[in-house]
Every structure is written in structure tokens, then in C-alpha cells.
Design a protein around this ligand. Structure first.
Ligand code: SAM
Length: 377
């Protein structure tokens, strides 16, 4: 009898962004065959790094047949999705987010799972989603469809990511029991800010590294230059002279914002990289040593993107707000890689040998008219 051919696992990434989830799944050997996102600025980074087709599309308009056609026949099909997490973010506490437009997007993922029944589903979001009714009905629906479901809140440093960030990871399978991978790194082994970004070229505020356009730090106002010079790694604005304090610091409620206008420390993971991590005033985003906020490249590395990850087409400007948003919203690739490894092990246990697919070398054509990432135009 001819030996059974190894199984290929192919993944479609809904709400793919710049490809953090996809990149990690690829590192584990999954074949990422498509990404879907309505933000056209994700077209270039997705194709340049993931080298899979990008579909600029509203997931609400994605038909089940269109999705099914994205997976190659005969492979184990994975549907990954990271619906925007703003409605569930802990930064929105006290705000009624139930009527926001993003709420139905988890339901859109559910619609596509019901219609396409991929063998494996994975979802990433903020941990607070666990207590929402929309998440509970998603899990109930998966179970009714016959999926084994597991989810948990994952602390990023335990997966080798140099950042204190918690993410909810869900995995579900029609093939049998699957578990969210446990982080294996203890506090002694956490990857630090120093190990991750000290090697980058020193730059000043408002400067850019001539060898890497993304290693660019935002210009500081005169008062913020004074403030960062007065800031110690790990310290707070409470240590500054009174005249440097902002009006919000002088109010009694200011004590709740101790971690703004602050510097990171070298020998720990960074704080959560938000969409505003390039902004010294928006968190503990000051460089531990240089008198500036971290650069966009440093933010991406602290999210565990590789140092050469391409975020912007050569002909396009590097802008803080849109790139900060794309970087801060991404799934840390190393967390996605751990999820990908768990999926590979799970499929191997059920179906035997899995073919880990090497990274593609060619870039697919754009569906949005953006130039080819390799063209340098
Ligand atoms: C949290 S981010 C996803 C990050 C991505 N998984 C990564 O790892 O880089 C959410 C993404 O959903 C996209 N999005 C929001 N609403 C959408 C919709 N209705 N259809 C498609 N994409 C949508 C946003 O443009 C954003 O890129």
C-alpha cells in the first residue's frame, strides 16, 4: 500500500491587518492562503511579508462560497480571525459599547464557520470578551456544530514575547480535542526590552535611522523634552518638579495615570504596545535611555515582529498614527506561532504526518491596484 501523503494545513485569515497572526501561523508551517481586511493599507504589508493574496473586503460581504474557494482542496482548513477588539478593550471600561458597529463582527465569523465548517478555527481577542454574550453564543454555536472548543487568556511574556500583554486565544476543532498552548517561559526567562531593542541605532526625537525608515521617533515638544530628561526608567511624573507636570497630573485623579510620560525599563518586558505607542504622553512609551519615545520599529519588535518586517510601501510616507494603529492592533506573531504549533501537533495526532509549508518567495498581485511589493516603485 502506498504511504499516505502528508497533510497540508491551509489557513484563511479574517481581519488580517498587517499579518501578525498569519506570520506566526506560517512560522509553524501552516500554508496561509488568503487574508481579508477592509483596510487597504494592509494590502502592501500582507502581500510583502505573507506572500499570499490579500482581499480588500468587508467580512460582512464575504460569502461562504467565496471563503470555501480560498482553501485548496484536500487540505485541513483553518479559519483564523481577530475581529476588532475596541468594543471589549479594558480602556473602554464604563462605556456602553453594545451598540458599536464592531459588535456584529464576531457574529460574522460565526456565520462563516457555520457555512464553511473548517476543520479548525482560531480566534484572538482581548480577554474581557470572555464575559460577553456575543462570545458565549460563539462558543455555544461551535459546540452545537460539533467542535471541541478551548480558550484562555494568554500572558505574552510566557510565550517569549517581550511585552506584558494579555490576549484571549480560542481554538476549536472538528477533528477532536485541541488545547490552547500553554506559555512555557517563567519570569526568569522573560525576553526583555534590552534584549529586543538595544541593538538598534541610537536616534534622537524627531529623527529617523537612514537604514530603516520605520526606526523613526516622533518629535517632542520643548516641555516634553524637559519631561523625558527628568524621567527615570520605571519612574513616574510624580518625581518631576511641579512646573513640569501637566494639568491632568495636578488633579487628584492624576494618580490614576501614573504610567504616562514614563520610560520603559531595560530588564523587563515592555508594557502593552497600544496603537499610540509612538506617543511619549500616551503610556510608558519613553525609551529607557534615549530622550525620546520608542520608534515604530521598536514597537513592532516589542510585538515580536521580525526586525525586517515591511509595513509600508517604498513610495508611501511613514506616518505615526496609521502605522501605530496597525502595529498596536496586531496579534503578536510569536503568540500566533505557538497557536500554529498546537494546530500542527493536533492535526498530526489525528491524521499522521503534516507537511510544514516553507515560506513563499513570490509576491501575489494586488487586488487593490497597489504596486507589487518587490517592484520597489
Ligand atoms: C485587531 S486588527 C487585526 C490584526 C491582525 N489579525 C494582525 O495580526 O495583524 C482588526 C482588523 O479588522 C479590520 N476590520 C474591521 N472591520 C472589518 C470588517 N468589517 N471587515 C474586514 N476587516 C475589518 C481592521 O481593518 C483591522 O485591520
Amino acid at each position: 500500500m502506498a504511504p499516505r501523503r502528508p497533510t497540508t494545513i491551509s489557513a484563511v485569515d479574517l481581519f488580517c491587518g498587517v499579518g501578525g497572526l498569519s506570520y506566526g501561523l506560517q512560522e509553524a508551517g501552516l500554508d496561509v492562503v488568503a487574508g481579508v481586511d477592509l483596510d487597504g493599507s494592509c494590502d502592501y504589508p500582507f502581500r510583502a511579508n505573507i506572500r499570499a493574496p490579500f482581499h480588500k473586503k468587508d467580512v460582512c460581504d464575504l460569502k461562504v462560497d467565496e471563503l470555501v474557494a480560498m482553501w485548496p482542496k484536500g487540505s485541513v482548513r483553518v479559519l483564523g480571525g481577530c475581529a476588532p477588539c475596541q468594543p471589549f478593550s479594558s480602556y473602554r471600561r464604563g462605556v456602553d459599547t453594545s451598540r458599536e458597529a464592531q459588535w456584529p463582527l464576531v457574529d460574522e465569523m460565526r456565520r462563516l464557520v457555520e457555512g464553511a465548517k473548517p476543520e479548525v478555527v482560531t480566534m484572538e481577542n482581548v480577554p474581557r470578551i470572555i464575559s460577553t454574550s456575543i462570545f458565549k453564543s460563539f462558543v455555544d454555536c461551535l459546540k452545537e456544530l460539533g467542535y471541541f472548543v478551548d480558550f484562555k487568556s494568554c500572558h505574552c511574556p510566557t510565550y517569549g514575547i517581550p511585552q506584558h500583554r494579555r490576549r484571549l486565544v480560542l481554538v476549536a476543532s472538528l477533528l477532536g480535542e485541541i488545547r490552547v498552548p500553554k506559555g512555557t517561559v517563567g519570569p526568569e526567562g522573560y525576553t526583555t526590552v534590552e534584549q529586543s531593542i538595544r541593538k538598534l541605532a541610537p536616534i534622537g526625537h524627531g529623527q529617523v535611522d537612514p537604514t530603516d525608515r520605520l526606526h523613526k521617533s516622533r518629535t517632542l515638544t520643548e516641555v516634553n523634552q524637559k519631561r523625558i530628561r527628568a524621567s527615570k526608567p520605571g519612574g513616574t511624573w510624580e518625581e518631576w518638579d511641579e512646573d513640569l507636570r501637566a494639568p491632568c497630573h495636578r488633579k487628584s485623579s492624576g494618580s490614576t495615570f501614573r504610567n504616562v510620560y514614563a520610560r520603559m525599563v531595560w530588564d523587563e518586558p515592555s508594557p502593552t504596545i497600544t496603537t499610540l505607542s509612538y506617543n511619549y504622553g500616551a503610556g510608558r512609551f519613553g525609551h529607557p535611555e534615549q530622550d525620546r519615545a520608542i520608534s515604530l520599529r521598536e514597537a513592532a519588535i516589542l510585538q515580536s515582529f521580525p526586525p525586517g518586517y515591511e509595513f509600508v510601501a517604498p513610495e508611501d510616507p511613514v506616518q505615526f498614527a496609521p502605522l501605530g494603529r496597525l502595529i498596536g492592533n496586531a496579534v503578536p506573531p510569536k503568540l500566533a506561532e505557538a497557536v500554529g504549533e498546537a494546530i500542527v501537533e493536533h492535526v498530526e495526532a489525528v491524521k499522521g504526518r503534516v507537511r510544514r509549508v516553507p515560506r513563499r518567495t513570490t509576491v501575489p498581485p494586488s487586488s487593490t491596484g497597489t504596486p507589487h511589493p518587490a517592484s520597489g516603485r
